[in-house]
Design a protein. Sequence first.
Length: 117
Amino acid sequence: MSALRFRHAGALVAFTLASTLSLVSNAGSAYHPTPDEAGAVYHPQHASLRTRADVATELGKAQTHPAWNSVSRGAPWPAARQGEPKTRAQVVAELNAAMKHPAWNAVSRGAPWPAAR
């Protein structure tokens, strides 16, 4: 009985992989299948103008970036620094100034800041 279950599970996995891989292979092409007599339609905007060597060079450059390990797993690219970082005293001063704002109670509970007039 368990061999039959494995056979059905294997067939399901094979079918899923075959259907998924066929969709992936069509997505990377400028030609897409159609259900009419033509059989395929050409989309020039889907054609890549870069060579395989260009893509490999760009990938190699991206993989040397220190954030590649986390970015390749779905994390966003870190934002570029804008000028000098703030000191702790500057951040505390900004927080104290914001806490004196009349809308701070509402904002600290999730309300948006009121629009500037």
